[in-house]
Design a protein around this ligand. Structure first.
Ligand code: CDV
Length: 308
């Protein structure tokens, strides 16, 4: 048995006017709850330190830059790292990263239990658009503010398990799970900011949005025999609703913990990494059963090509 008690620290809304210090204070309160609940590892959402700023069109780069971190940890987030180390809890959270070379990424990091960063992931699948879109009910400008991640989908040995990360829209793409599955991943952590309504189809309700989120993560977990922890930033951000629905999924694809609110809420589960072994050595024993000679289209072709 290799048990890791995992906390999914769903966060309620962050308004444009909220300071990093206030947000970090909320994250620390969730960490304290996690300590009381016996957690070893806590997962926070995508862009956990700020409002989901890609919904706002900005032409002035100085205005954009204020949402980005140029260092991690930094003065605002050091208290979070300090509390995590004091509690002996590993953490993962997302933030907007500006590199010393002036590149912009939607990033997540993973620490060990002493607060050292052991893994970094940069979001590969950036949804949305790069210019103001008059056809949408609201904007989703990730393609404007970030470039696609350049690190692939690495995994890391941490806490006697093989761990990987992805971010929000990545969770909808089976390739993401499989690339990590091929590296023996046992735990995939991800955060998300998913609007409760579809900006291009108002009739798509919350029920369907939640279902697609569950479907993506439960199938990714099952088909790669790995734990998946998906954590929302939820609630009403300056008039823009984000869905909750944070879940912990076991390697059989069952949801074992689910958030009930759209606010700051901790969900927990004692996750045995050895539960991954059966699937990985039987029905999803990749080495025995995959037929890569038939999969070349997956990497040689991007869009759909219908035969004549
Ligand atoms: N932050 C995201 O990547 N959100 C997307 C929305 C735009 C659909 C998602 O896949 O949840």
């Amino acid at each position: 048995m290799r048990e890791i008690v995992i906390g999914g620290a769903q966060m309620g809304p962050i308004q444009k006017a909220d300071s990093r210090a206030a947000v970090v204070g909320r994250m620390i309160a969730l960490l304290d709850q996690a300590k009381d609940a016996g957690c070893d590892l806590v997962v926070f959402p995508e862009l956990a330190l700020t409002t989901f700023f890609p919904r706002w069109y900005m032409a002035d780069q100085a205005e954009v830059d204020r949402w980005f971190e140029t260092q991690m940890p930094n003065a605002d987030t050091q208290p979070l790292f300090d509390r995590a180390r004091a509690h002996d809890i590993a953490i993962s959270f997302g933030f907007a990263e500006k590199t010393p070379e002036g590149r912009y990424f939607n990033t997540s990091i993973l620490t060990d239990r002493t607060g050292n960063i052991v893994g970094k992931y940069r979001k590969v699948h950036l949804p949305g658009h790069s210019e103001f879109d008059t056809e949408r009910a609201f904007q989703h400008l990730e393609k404007r503010y970030f470039e696609p991640g350049d690190l692939g989908f690495p995994v890391w040995h941490n806490m006697d398990a093989v761990m990987g990360m992805c971010i929000c829209n990545d969770r909808r793409w089976p390739e993401v799970y499989r690339v990590m599955g091929l590296q023996g991943v046992e735990l995939i952590m991800l955060g998300y900011n998913t609007p409760s309504v579809n900006s291009q189809m108002g009739s798509e309700g919350l029920e369907q949005r939640l279902y697609h989120s569950d479907l993506s993560m439960t199938s990714g977990a099952y088909q790669n025999s790995a734990w998946v922890v998906g954590v929302a930033k939820a609630g009403d951000e300056d008039g823009h609703p984000l869905m909750g629905g944070s879940i912990i999924v076991d390697p059989n694809g069952f949801v074992v913990a689910r958030a009930q609110t759209e606010g700051d809420e901790l969900i927990t589960h004692a996750c045995d990494m050895d539960l991954c072994n059966f699937g990985k050595t039987t029905i999803f024993d990749f080495a025995r059963h995959r037929r890569v000679e038939h999969y070349t289209r997956i990497t040689s072709q991007t869009g759909v090509e219908v035969p004549d």
